[in-house]
Design a protein around this ligand. Sequence first.
Ligand code: ATP
Length: 608
Amino acid sequence: MAVLDENVPSSSEVEAMNKRRKRKTPKKNPLSTATEESELQNPMKGDEEEEEEGEGDAEGNVPEENMKNKKRKTKTKKEGHEDTGDGKVEEAVEGQVEKGEEKKNQKKKVKTGGSGIMSTVSFDSLELSENTLRAIKDMGFEHMTQIQDRAIPPFLAGKDVLGAARTGSGKTLAFLIPAVELLQRISFTPYNGTGVIVICPTRELAIQIHEVANELLKYHSQTLGIVTGGSSRQAEANHITRGVNLLIATPGRLLDHLQHTKNFVFKNLKCLIIDEADRILETNFEEEMKQIIKLLPKNRQTALFSATQTQKVEDLVRLSFQSTPVYIDVDDGRTKVTNEGLQQGYCVVPSAKRFIVLYSFLKRSLSKKVMVFFSSCNSVTFHADLLRHIKIDCMDIHGKQKQQKRTSTFFAFNKAEKGILLCTDVAARGLDIPAVDWIVQYDPPDEPKEYIHRVGRTARGEGSKGNALLFLIPEELQFLRYLKAAKVPVKEYEFSDKRLANVQSHLEKLVGSNYHLNKAAKDAYRTYLLAYNSHSMKDIFNVHRLDLQAIAASFCFSNPPKVNLNIDSSASKLRKKTRKVEGSRNRFSESNPYGKKNAEDERQFVRY
Ligand SMILES: Nc1ncnc2c1ncn2[C@@H]1O[C@H](COP(=O)(O)OP(=O)(O)OP(=O)(O)O)[C@@H](O)[C@H]1O
């Protein structure tokens, strides 16, 4: 296979990442032992054998001995979840498979492991080319996940497809396998130009999809490329000109090439795939997508995939499908939308103590792999600087960084066995980072749907486990009602005041005396308030109800700093610039936690 791209990781990097992915399921989860299960339910509480958190200091010294003790207690991740011996899992999986109409063909039954994303159907049962089957075998996969089992056949049969399945359930291969088969069946060569375009919302996700496509094309002759913002436009144009059969793209850069790259041959396009389709209509992609779809040939197949589906997907369906698509919702009827192996909790933290609780949590989690979500780039920057100052090593990723830094951080965190990544929602969608133990939502997500994608960065794939912790201040508790309505089960985790590090005054001194930290803290404080004010669920996240003195304390100020807020005008600009989720488009309510426009809206697709 020829890969026409230089802005992507080397094959050895890709290989190393894949090896780590394959060992993801059996990797030990230090939280899954019987002894530690109780800690898991109360991650903030600690137990008597643990280190004295109350004696922590602003230097972040970690009692090594305690970390060692924790490791000694470790058992395997799958304990208590393996269920292959008594037939229950098989029955459950069969039950789910039989729901679909596609259950007409008699297919080989095999036992599958625990999390309920697998089907009992092997890839061999599909009429795939030898080259594709060999590549799938090399990836170590034998059986399809449910979304793959249900989406690949109609996709291969030439139908338009709208696929919904929970996070980490294998949607990427569900669209890439038919894409690669399509190109091979019509013997596409570089001379034919681009036959399939995959659009996704973030650069890191594009890189990841590109990697999977690269593996899948291993034995094929078709060419692969990637175009994303932040990369060299000229280098991309050169590649495209040489003929990229399968192109992975983010919307803005794709539109740029469609409009300006002279020798971009896309008139032969056979298929357009949109991953994270609901997200693609948010932010400022909507206008770009309209233009992209206008420019692309009409006579093509289209497929949309996402773990969450909202009114916006239906808008996109109207916009992009030529025929009525086949609608596949693998998780329809499930009582929860998140993964089986995911333990989720929230803790109610007074505003002033938010950072201290986070710090105490991270100090106790140094042997884990943790992602912490913030609402703004400035907040990520400040907290990363602050944590490093107090000797908690961490990585950070957000949309204002140079692409080179973003990419290297993404790969470094992918590779890491343990570590902390502070991030914005740029890392919320689609990323398949191996073996993440904890997802911490320090700042609240904008909607239940974004909560679902954030926590979907852990407990991915078959039989995987993970944990999620949502920070809420007392004023935000109503958000739980929306999570419940969205079928997200969360338990309350308590934190013990006694166990919190007693470092507030040290931190205030540090931020008061360090020019750079002080400036970063002010920027973070200001954008926290602006982001809060642009929150789409205003009845819950009301900036005017915030106690600014307490909020300032969480940014290590003894008094709220003077910052130019001008909340109403700046927030409306921020809103316009970022998300179009306000007003009548959303209509959040408890019975409509995703903010669908109108429950009675007729669907534009048929169920499959
Ligand atoms: N048939 C399969 N058998 C076992 N594992 C699989 C199979 N297909 C995919 N996987 C693994 O499952 C994990 C999740 O897959 P993928 O990233 O495609 O999920 P997704 O549904 O796109 O998630 P998200 O909604 O978060 O984007 C990956 O590590 C992938 O390698």
